[in-house]
Design a protein around this ligand. Structure first.
Ligand code: NIG
Ligand code: FE
Length: 402
Protein backbone atom coordinates (compact mmCIF):
# COMPACT_ATOMS: atom_id res chain seq x y z
CA UNK A 1 0.00 0.00 0.00
CA UNK A 2 1.40 3.43 -0.97
CA UNK A 3 -0.95 5.76 0.86
CA UNK A 4 -3.75 5.42 3.40
CA UNK A 5 -6.27 8.19 4.05
CA UNK A 6 -7.68 8.01 7.57
CA UNK A 7 -10.11 9.91 9.76
CA UNK A 8 -12.64 10.71 7.07
CA UNK A 9 -16.23 10.25 5.96
CA UNK A 10 -16.86 9.39 2.35
CA UNK A 11 -19.61 9.30 -0.21
CA UNK A 12 -18.74 6.55 -2.64
CA UNK A 13 -21.35 7.25 -5.36
CA UNK A 14 -21.04 3.57 -6.25
CA UNK A 15 -24.73 2.77 -6.37
CA UNK A 16 -27.33 3.81 -8.93
CA UNK A 17 -28.99 6.15 -6.49
CA UNK A 18 -27.93 7.57 -3.16
CA UNK A 19 -24.67 8.95 -1.86
CA UNK A 20 -23.63 5.82 0.10
CA UNK A 21 -22.25 7.84 2.99
CA UNK A 22 -19.76 5.91 5.14
CA UNK A 23 -18.57 7.53 8.36
CA UNK A 24 -15.33 6.70 10.16
CA UNK A 25 -13.82 5.40 6.92
CA UNK A 26 -10.40 4.73 5.43
CA UNK A 27 -9.14 4.62 1.84
CA UNK A 28 -6.05 2.65 0.81
CA UNK A 29 -4.22 3.46 -2.43
CA UNK A 30 -1.64 1.48 -4.37
CA UNK A 31 -0.21 2.17 -7.82
CA UNK A 32 -2.72 4.95 -8.39
CA UNK A 33 -5.73 2.70 -7.72
CA UNK A 34 -8.12 2.37 -4.81
CA UNK A 35 -7.21 -0.86 -2.98
CA UNK A 36 -9.49 -0.46 0.00
CA UNK A 37 -12.40 1.82 0.84
CA UNK A 38 -14.58 1.15 3.82
CA UNK A 39 -15.02 1.35 7.55
CA UNK A 40 -11.76 2.02 9.35
CA UNK A 41 -11.91 -0.90 11.79
CA UNK A 42 -12.29 -3.45 8.99
CA UNK A 43 -8.85 -2.82 7.67
CA UNK A 44 -5.30 -3.98 8.40
CA UNK A 45 -2.81 -2.27 6.17
CA UNK A 46 0.53 -3.81 5.29
CA UNK A 47 3.86 -2.18 4.42
CA UNK A 48 4.75 1.41 5.36
CA UNK A 49 2.27 3.59 3.57
CA UNK A 50 2.11 7.36 3.75
CA UNK A 51 -0.65 7.93 6.33
CA UNK A 52 -2.80 11.01 5.65
CA UNK A 53 -4.99 12.16 8.55
CA UNK A 54 -7.94 13.83 6.84
CA UNK A 55 -9.16 15.44 10.08
CA UNK A 56 -12.77 14.50 9.55
CA UNK A 57 -12.96 15.66 5.91
CA UNK A 58 -15.72 14.43 3.65
CA UNK A 59 -14.14 12.61 0.70
CA UNK A 60 -15.91 12.29 -2.65
CA UNK A 61 -14.79 10.90 -5.98
CA UNK A 62 -12.71 13.57 -7.76
CA UNK A 63 -15.01 15.80 -9.79
CA UNK A 64 -15.14 15.35 -13.55
CA UNK A 65 -15.91 18.25 -15.88
CA UNK A 66 -17.03 16.26 -18.91
CA UNK A 67 -17.62 19.14 -21.37
CA UNK A 68 -15.34 22.16 -21.79
CA UNK A 69 -13.87 24.33 -24.52
CA UNK A 70 -10.93 25.30 -22.31
CA UNK A 71 -8.45 25.98 -25.12
CA UNK A 72 -9.03 29.20 -27.10
CA UNK A 73 -7.64 32.71 -27.45
CA UNK A 74 -9.36 36.07 -26.99
CA UNK A 75 -12.64 36.67 -25.26
CA UNK A 76 -16.13 37.81 -26.17
CA UNK A 77 -16.87 40.50 -23.59
CA UNK A 78 -17.92 42.88 -26.38
CA UNK A 79 -20.44 40.36 -27.63
CA UNK A 80 -21.70 40.09 -24.05
CA UNK A 81 -22.40 43.82 -24.16
CA UNK A 82 -24.19 43.48 -27.53
CA UNK A 83 -26.37 40.70 -26.22
CA UNK A 84 -27.31 42.83 -23.27
CA UNK A 85 -28.53 45.35 -25.82
CA UNK A 86 -30.88 42.62 -27.05
CA UNK A 87 -28.90 41.28 -30.08
CA UNK A 88 -29.57 37.49 -30.12
CA UNK A 89 -26.70 34.91 -30.03
CA UNK A 90 -27.82 33.49 -33.38
CA UNK A 91 -27.77 36.93 -35.08
CA UNK A 92 -24.26 37.61 -33.77
CA UNK A 93 -23.15 34.24 -35.14
CA UNK A 94 -24.73 34.91 -38.55
CA UNK A 95 -22.94 38.27 -38.76
CA UNK A 96 -19.55 36.52 -38.43
CA UNK A 97 -19.17 37.15 -34.70
CA UNK A 98 -19.71 34.50 -32.07
CA UNK A 99 -17.77 31.28 -32.54
CA UNK A 100 -16.02 32.65 -35.64
CA UNK A 101 -14.48 35.58 -33.77
CA UNK A 102 -12.90 33.08 -31.36
CA UNK A 103 -11.75 31.05 -34.39
CA UNK A 104 -9.82 34.06 -35.74
CA UNK A 105 -8.15 34.69 -32.38
CA UNK A 106 -7.32 31.01 -31.88
CA UNK A 107 -5.85 30.58 -35.37
CA UNK A 108 -3.48 33.46 -34.67
CA UNK A 109 -2.37 32.14 -31.27
CA UNK A 110 0.68 29.93 -30.71
CA UNK A 111 0.53 26.64 -28.84
CA UNK A 112 2.44 28.31 -26.04
CA UNK A 113 -0.09 31.13 -25.69
CA UNK A 114 -3.03 28.72 -25.83
CA UNK A 115 -1.41 26.54 -23.18
CA UNK A 116 -0.86 29.45 -20.79
CA UNK A 117 -4.42 30.73 -21.22
CA UNK A 118 -5.91 27.28 -20.62
CA UNK A 119 -3.69 26.67 -17.59
CA UNK A 120 -5.15 29.70 -15.82
CA UNK A 121 -8.73 28.56 -16.54
CA UNK A 122 -7.86 25.07 -15.35
CA UNK A 123 -6.88 26.55 -11.99
CA UNK A 124 -10.49 27.58 -11.42
CA UNK A 125 -11.72 24.05 -12.08
CA UNK A 126 -9.11 22.44 -9.84
CA UNK A 127 -10.12 24.60 -6.90
CA UNK A 128 -13.60 23.10 -7.27
CA UNK A 129 -12.23 19.58 -6.85
CA UNK A 130 -11.91 18.64 -10.52
CA UNK A 131 -9.47 15.79 -11.19
CA UNK A 132 -10.52 15.00 -14.78
CA UNK A 133 -11.47 17.46 -17.49
CA UNK A 134 -12.61 16.97 -21.04
CA UNK A 135 -11.26 19.55 -23.51
CA UNK A 136 -12.62 20.09 -27.03
CA UNK A 137 -11.08 21.59 -30.13
CA UNK A 138 -13.45 23.48 -32.43
CA UNK A 139 -11.98 26.98 -32.72
CA UNK A 140 -9.39 26.06 -35.36
CA UNK A 141 -11.49 24.58 -38.18
CA UNK A 142 -8.46 23.70 -40.35
CA UNK A 143 -6.38 20.52 -40.13
CA UNK A 144 -3.44 22.36 -38.56
CA UNK A 145 -5.40 24.55 -36.18
CA UNK A 146 -7.63 21.74 -34.89
CA UNK A 147 -4.55 19.57 -34.26
CA UNK A 148 -2.84 22.54 -32.60
CA UNK A 149 -5.71 22.84 -30.11
CA UNK A 150 -5.69 19.11 -29.39
CA UNK A 151 -1.92 19.13 -28.85
CA UNK A 152 -2.36 21.84 -26.24
CA UNK A 153 -5.04 19.74 -24.54
CA UNK A 154 -2.81 16.64 -24.59
CA UNK A 155 0.04 18.71 -23.14
CA UNK A 156 -2.21 19.84 -20.28
CA UNK A 157 -2.91 16.15 -19.70
CA UNK A 158 0.77 15.59 -18.95
CA UNK A 159 0.43 17.68 -15.79
CA UNK A 160 0.54 15.37 -12.79
CA UNK A 161 -2.46 16.90 -11.05
CA UNK A 162 -5.15 16.58 -13.72
CA UNK A 163 -6.44 13.95 -16.15
CA UNK A 164 -7.43 15.26 -19.57
CA UNK A 165 -9.74 13.63 -22.10
CA UNK A 166 -9.70 15.23 -25.56
CA UNK A 167 -12.51 15.64 -28.07
CA UNK A 168 -12.24 16.73 -31.69
CA UNK A 169 -15.00 19.25 -32.46
CA UNK A 170 -14.04 20.27 -35.99
CA UNK A 171 -17.76 20.28 -36.91
CA UNK A 172 -18.41 23.22 -34.57
CA UNK A 173 -18.97 26.04 -37.07
CA UNK A 174 -18.56 26.62 -40.79
CA UNK A 175 -15.20 28.31 -41.39
CA UNK A 176 -15.25 31.42 -43.65
CA UNK A 177 -13.29 29.55 -46.38
CA UNK A 178 -16.31 27.25 -46.85
CA UNK A 179 -19.17 29.76 -46.54
CA UNK A 180 -21.05 28.39 -49.53
CA UNK A 181 -19.94 24.80 -49.22
CA UNK A 182 -20.84 23.22 -45.86
CA UNK A 183 -20.72 19.71 -47.36
CA UNK A 184 -17.24 20.44 -48.66
CA UNK A 185 -16.17 21.38 -45.14
CA UNK A 186 -17.69 18.19 -43.75
CA UNK A 187 -15.65 16.28 -46.34
CA UNK A 188 -12.52 17.99 -45.02
CA UNK A 189 -13.51 17.00 -41.48
CA UNK A 190 -14.19 13.37 -42.44
CA UNK A 191 -11.39 12.82 -44.93
CA UNK A 192 -8.58 14.86 -43.41
CA UNK A 193 -9.10 16.23 -39.92
CA UNK A 194 -10.47 13.05 -38.27
CA UNK A 195 -7.87 10.74 -39.89
CA UNK A 196 -5.03 13.14 -38.91
CA UNK A 197 -6.22 13.43 -35.31
CA UNK A 198 -6.64 9.65 -35.09
CA UNK A 199 -3.21 8.97 -36.61
CA UNK A 200 -1.51 11.18 -33.99
CA UNK A 201 -3.72 9.84 -31.19
CA UNK A 202 -4.82 13.37 -30.36
CA UNK A 203 -8.55 12.75 -29.88
CA UNK A 204 -10.44 10.36 -27.62
CA UNK A 205 -13.80 11.27 -29.12
CA UNK A 206 -15.45 13.29 -31.89
CA UNK A 207 -18.18 15.88 -31.27
CA UNK A 208 -20.47 17.92 -33.54
CA UNK A 209 -22.70 21.00 -33.25
CA UNK A 210 -26.02 19.80 -34.66
CA UNK A 211 -28.00 23.02 -35.06
CA UNK A 212 -29.37 25.55 -37.55
CA UNK A 213 -26.24 27.66 -36.99
CA UNK A 214 -24.10 24.49 -36.91
CA UNK A 215 -24.57 21.37 -39.04
CA UNK A 216 -27.55 19.30 -40.20
CA UNK A 217 -28.26 15.79 -38.93
CA UNK A 218 -27.17 14.38 -42.31
CA UNK A 219 -23.84 16.21 -42.03
CA UNK A 220 -23.41 15.10 -38.41
CA UNK A 221 -24.07 11.51 -39.44
CA UNK A 222 -21.20 11.70 -41.93
CA UNK A 223 -18.91 12.95 -39.15
CA UNK A 224 -20.04 10.18 -36.78
CA UNK A 225 -19.50 7.54 -39.49
CA UNK A 226 -15.94 8.77 -40.05
CA UNK A 227 -15.23 8.86 -36.31
CA UNK A 228 -16.49 5.32 -35.81
CA UNK A 229 -14.45 4.16 -38.79
CA UNK A 230 -11.35 5.51 -37.02
CA UNK A 231 -12.25 3.84 -33.73
CA UNK A 232 -13.21 7.07 -31.95
CA UNK A 233 -16.14 7.54 -29.58
CA UNK A 234 -18.85 10.03 -30.55
CA UNK A 235 -20.91 12.70 -28.77
CA UNK A 236 -22.94 15.75 -29.75
CA UNK A 237 -23.98 19.32 -28.97
CA UNK A 238 -27.62 18.66 -29.71
CA UNK A 239 -31.04 20.24 -29.23
CA UNK A 240 -29.51 23.39 -27.71
CA UNK A 241 -31.46 26.02 -29.66
CA UNK A 242 -33.97 23.89 -31.58
CA UNK A 243 -35.05 20.26 -32.05
CA UNK A 244 -33.36 18.74 -35.11
CA UNK A 245 -33.24 15.15 -33.85
CA UNK A 246 -29.47 15.14 -33.39
CA UNK A 247 -29.68 13.50 -29.97
CA UNK A 248 -31.67 10.52 -31.25
CA UNK A 249 -29.28 10.13 -34.18
CA UNK A 250 -26.25 10.24 -31.86
CA UNK A 251 -27.88 7.79 -29.44
CA UNK A 252 -28.74 5.32 -32.22
CA UNK A 253 -25.09 5.46 -33.32
CA UNK A 254 -23.89 4.67 -29.80
CA UNK A 255 -22.89 8.13 -28.56
CA UNK A 256 -21.34 8.43 -25.09
CA UNK A 257 -23.34 11.59 -24.39
CA UNK A 258 -25.57 14.25 -25.87
CA UNK A 259 -25.10 17.69 -24.40
CA UNK A 260 -27.30 20.78 -23.82
CA UNK A 261 -30.62 19.10 -24.87
CA UNK A 262 -32.99 21.87 -23.78
CA UNK A 263 -35.19 21.15 -26.83
CA UNK A 264 -35.07 17.33 -26.55
CA UNK A 265 -38.50 15.71 -27.09
CA UNK A 266 -39.93 12.48 -25.67
CA UNK A 267 -38.77 10.45 -28.64
CA UNK A 268 -35.24 11.73 -28.05
CA UNK A 269 -35.40 10.84 -24.36
CA UNK A 270 -36.56 7.32 -25.27
CA UNK A 271 -33.63 6.97 -27.69
CA UNK A 272 -31.19 7.90 -24.91
CA UNK A 273 -32.79 5.41 -22.54
CA UNK A 274 -32.52 2.65 -25.15
CA UNK A 275 -28.84 3.29 -25.91
CA UNK A 276 -27.51 4.12 -22.45
CA UNK A 277 -26.28 7.50 -23.71
CA UNK A 278 -25.65 10.08 -20.97
CA UNK A 279 -27.65 13.32 -21.00
CA UNK A 280 -25.17 16.10 -20.17
CA UNK A 281 -26.79 19.22 -18.75
CA UNK A 282 -25.00 22.54 -19.25
CA UNK A 283 -26.76 25.00 -16.96
CA UNK A 284 -24.05 27.65 -17.41
CA UNK A 285 -24.94 28.10 -21.11
CA UNK A 286 -28.66 28.02 -20.26
CA UNK A 287 -28.13 30.77 -17.70
CA UNK A 288 -25.74 32.86 -19.79
CA UNK A 289 -27.99 32.81 -22.88
CA UNK A 290 -31.01 33.50 -20.65
CA UNK A 291 -32.64 30.42 -22.21
CA UNK A 292 -36.17 29.71 -21.05
CA UNK A 293 -36.70 26.25 -22.58
CA UNK A 294 -35.96 23.74 -19.81
CA UNK A 295 -34.30 20.40 -20.56
CA UNK A 296 -36.79 17.54 -20.03
CA UNK A 297 -35.54 16.62 -16.55
CA UNK A 298 -38.65 14.72 -15.41
CA UNK A 299 -38.73 12.57 -18.54
CA UNK A 300 -35.01 11.80 -18.25
CA UNK A 301 -35.46 10.91 -14.59
CA UNK A 302 -38.50 8.73 -15.29
CA UNK A 303 -36.60 6.68 -17.87
CA UNK A 304 -33.45 6.48 -15.70
CA UNK A 305 -31.28 8.29 -18.23
CA UNK A 306 -28.02 9.18 -16.43
CA UNK A 307 -27.62 12.96 -16.16
CA UNK A 308 -24.15 14.53 -16.09
CA UNK A 309 -23.42 18.20 -15.36
CA UNK A 310 -20.54 20.17 -16.89
CA UNK A 311 -19.32 23.75 -17.17
CA UNK A 312 -19.22 23.96 -21.00
CA UNK A 313 -16.52 26.54 -20.23
CA UNK A 314 -16.23 28.65 -23.42
CA UNK A 315 -15.94 32.33 -24.36
CA UNK A 316 -19.40 32.71 -25.91
CA UNK A 317 -22.00 30.98 -23.82
CA UNK A 318 -20.43 29.91 -20.51
CA UNK A 319 -17.33 31.79 -19.36
CA UNK A 320 -17.65 30.25 -15.90
CA UNK A 321 -14.81 27.99 -14.72
CA UNK A 322 -16.62 26.60 -11.69
CA UNK A 323 -18.17 23.15 -11.60
CA UNK A 324 -19.69 23.77 -8.17
CA UNK A 325 -21.50 26.80 -9.59
CA UNK A 326 -22.91 24.43 -12.24
CA UNK A 327 -24.07 22.01 -9.53
CA UNK A 328 -25.83 24.86 -7.81
CA UNK A 329 -27.41 26.01 -11.08
CA UNK A 330 -28.50 22.47 -11.93
CA UNK A 331 -30.37 22.46 -8.62
CA UNK A 332 -31.79 26.01 -8.70
CA UNK A 333 -32.53 26.27 -12.44
CA UNK A 334 -33.25 22.64 -13.39
CA UNK A 335 -34.51 21.39 -10.01
CA UNK A 336 -32.05 18.52 -9.68
CA UNK A 337 -31.47 17.34 -6.14
CA UNK A 338 -27.97 17.92 -4.65
CA UNK A 339 -27.60 14.14 -4.73
CA UNK A 340 -28.30 14.08 -8.48
CA UNK A 341 -25.93 17.01 -8.94
CA UNK A 342 -23.11 15.14 -7.21
CA UNK A 343 -23.80 12.06 -9.36
CA UNK A 344 -23.72 14.42 -12.36
CA UNK A 345 -20.12 15.46 -11.74
CA UNK A 346 -18.87 12.03 -10.68
CA UNK A 347 -20.25 8.67 -11.84
CA UNK A 348 -22.38 9.99 -14.69
CA UNK A 349 -19.71 12.42 -15.91
CA UNK A 350 -17.27 9.49 -15.99
CA UNK A 351 -19.72 7.53 -18.13
CA UNK A 352 -20.11 10.52 -20.48
CA UNK A 353 -16.36 10.22 -21.14
CA UNK A 354 -16.35 6.45 -21.56
CA UNK A 355 -14.64 6.00 -18.16
CA UNK A 356 -17.63 4.74 -16.21
CA UNK A 357 -15.84 1.61 -15.04
CA UNK A 358 -12.63 3.33 -13.89
CA UNK A 359 -13.57 6.78 -12.62
CA UNK A 360 -16.30 8.70 -10.81
CA UNK A 361 -16.80 6.33 -7.86
CA UNK A 362 -14.90 5.36 -4.73
CA UNK A 363 -14.64 1.69 -5.49
CA UNK A 364 -11.91 -0.92 -5.18
CA UNK A 365 -9.91 -1.17 -8.41
CA UNK A 366 -10.93 2.23 -9.70
CA UNK A 367 -8.52 5.12 -10.25
CA UNK A 368 -7.55 6.91 -7.01
CA UNK A 369 -9.00 10.30 -8.01
CA UNK A 370 -10.57 11.92 -4.95
CA UNK A 371 -11.53 15.27 -3.48
CA UNK A 372 -11.50 15.99 0.28
CA UNK A 373 -13.81 18.71 1.54
CA UNK A 374 -14.28 20.72 4.68
CA UNK A 375 -18.04 20.08 4.70
CA UNK A 376 -20.32 17.99 6.90
CA UNK A 377 -22.95 16.93 4.39
CA UNK A 378 -22.55 16.36 0.62
CA UNK A 379 -25.49 18.69 -0.13
CA UNK A 380 -23.21 21.57 0.91
CA UNK A 381 -21.21 21.00 -2.29
CA UNK A 382 -24.18 22.12 -4.40
CA UNK A 383 -25.53 24.63 -1.92
CA UNK A 384 -22.62 26.98 -1.39
CA UNK A 385 -20.67 28.91 -4.05
CA UNK A 386 -17.32 30.67 -3.74
CA UNK A 387 -16.24 29.37 -0.34
CA UNK A 388 -12.93 27.49 -0.63
CA UNK A 389 -14.16 24.24 0.94
CA UNK A 390 -11.65 22.01 -0.85
CA UNK A 391 -8.86 20.63 1.37
CA UNK A 392 -6.98 18.53 -1.18
CA UNK A 393 -7.34 16.44 -4.30
CA UNK A 394 -5.88 13.03 -5.03
CA UNK A 395 -5.07 12.41 -8.71
CA UNK A 396 -3.91 8.94 -9.72
CA UNK A 397 -2.93 8.36 -6.09
CA UNK A 398 -0.90 11.57 -5.70
CA UNK A 399 -1.93 14.21 -3.20
CA UNK A 400 -2.34 17.89 -4.14
CA UNK A 401 -3.26 20.44 -1.50
CA UNK A 402 -5.81 23.10 -2.44
O1 NIG B 1 -21.33 24.59 -26.13
N1 NIG B 1 -23.00 25.24 -28.87
C1 NIG B 1 -21.94 25.43 -29.41
N2 NIG B 1 -20.77 25.57 -28.81
C2 NIG B 1 -20.54 26.21 -27.57
C3 NIG B 1 -20.54 27.67 -27.72
C4 NIG B 1 -19.32 28.09 -28.34
C5 NIG B 1 -19.17 29.56 -28.51
O2 NIG B 1 -20.16 30.34 -28.53
O3 NIG B 1 -18.00 29.93 -28.66
C6 NIG B 1 -21.49 25.73 -26.51
O4 NIG B 1 -22.36 26.45 -26.00
FE1 FE C 1 -20.05 23.17 -25.66
Amino acid sequence: MDRVLTNLSMVTMNTDSGYRLIENAMIGIENGKIMFAGEADHYDFHGHPDIVDCQGALVTPGFIDCHTHLVFAGNRAEEFEQRLQEVPYEDIAKAGGGILSTVQATRHASEETLYDLALKRLQGLKSDGVTTVEIKSGYGLTVDDELKMLRVARRLGKLEDINVVTTLLAAHALPPEYTNDPDGYISLVCEQIIPAAAAENLADAVDVFCEGIGFSTAQCKRVFDAAIKHGLAIKGHTEQLSNLGGSALAARMGALSVDHIEYLDNEGVAALAASGTVATLLPGAFYFLRETQMPPIDQLRNLDVPMAIATDFNPGTSPIASLRTMMNMACTLFRLTPEEALGGVTRHAAKALGHGTSKGQIEIGMDADLAAWDVNHPAELSYRIGVPDLKFRVVNGHLFHA
